[in-house]
Design a protein around this ligand. Structure first.
Ligand SMILES: NC(=O)C1=CN([C@@H]2O[C@H](COP(=O)(O)OP(=O)(O)OC[C@H]3O[C@@H](n4cnc5c(N)ncnc54)[C@H](O)[C@@H]3O)[C@@H](O)[C@H]2O)[C@@H](O)CC1
Ligand SMILES: [K+]
Length: 236
């Protein structure tokens, strides 16, 4: 399911690991999968669950008890993956808070997953209105998940998103035990060209979905990506 560099030889993932698809190609692959019967919703479910398995595995290796997780969600499908992660970490007994870094979810599947999170009583903070509440939650967090933008990111940050990215980066400097996981691509990097924004999220781990994107291989992006693993989202 998860293919990392160090696993590539013993598990025989070499060719798959080396495959790179552009963001446009990835969208085409998802569209074809959807038309073949693997719905977008199911791919999001698979992406979120694969990320959770990786997060839980990594967390347990470092410490026995992981309690607090904060998930920064954007308004698109990367945010949708984040809502799945939030729900599933809560199911596993973690104390989860979600931050809407860029307002309400806008895509159909992200809206569905955000509604599930709300129905389950997981706290959701709108960063545009209640930013002042977020720093202490980041400070206390063991796990930070960046689900603000993925393959859809272009241009530059709006103010609140920049403030959230800064908070993630400052928080991880102040507490060495905090682990930052980026879903698909660290927020601030364009998946194809990889020119980093100055406040790009600095992740310990990046969980790329289905295939690597060009940015995962760019030298200038590697300080932001940390260790990159590739997770299956159910596409053959
Ligand atoms: N259905 C799908 O296509 C799936 C997508 N997946 C996830 O969805 C991601 C792609 O989702 P989206 O295409 O919704 O895009 P993102 O979630 O990356 O971005 C969300 C939205 O933000 C907008 N945006 C981009 N740059 C911005 C900026 N600088 N300021 C403000 N807004 C900006 C984009 O137009 C986009 O609509 C992937 O990286 C992956 O994590 C996975 O859930 C698997 C299934
Ligand atoms: K992300």
């Amino acid at each position: 399911m998860l293919k990392s560099k160090e696993h590539q030889n013993q598990e025989g993932y070499v060719s798959q690991y080396l495959d790179i698809v552009t963001c446009t190609q990835m969208k085409e692959i998802e569209q074809q999968a959807n038309e073949a019967g693997l719905s977008y919703y199911k791919m999001m479910e698979n992406a979120g669950n694969a990320a959770v398995r990786f997060i839980v595995e990594k967390s347990q290796k470092i410490e026995n008890r992981i309690n607090d997780a904060i998930i920064f969600c954007g308004k698109g499908n990367n945010g949708g993956d984040g809502y799945v992660v939030a729900r599933e970490l809560a199911v596993r007994g973690m104390n989860v808070t979600v931050v809407m870094a860029d307002g309400q979810p806008k895509t159909e599947d992200a809206i569905k997953n955000a509604n599930i999170v709300l129905r389950r009583g997981i706290p959701v903070i709108d960063a545009k209105a209640y930013f002042q509440d977020i720093p202490e939650i980041v400070e206390a967090a063991d796990i930070v998940v960046d689900a603000i933008y993925g393959t859809g990111f272009h241009g530059s940050f709006q103010k609140t998103v920049r403030d959230c990215a800064k908070l993630i980066n400052d928080g991880s400097k102040s507490d060495t035990k905090k682990m930052v996981f980026a879903l698909d691509i660290p927020t601030g990097l364009n998946g194809d060209v990889g020119e980093p924004d100055a406040d790009t999220v600095v992740a310990d781990y990046t969980i790329a979905f289905h295939r690597l994107k060009p940015v995962h291989r760019l030298k200038e992006a590697s300080p932001y990506c940390g260790e990159v693993v590739v997770a299956s989202i159910g596409i053959d």
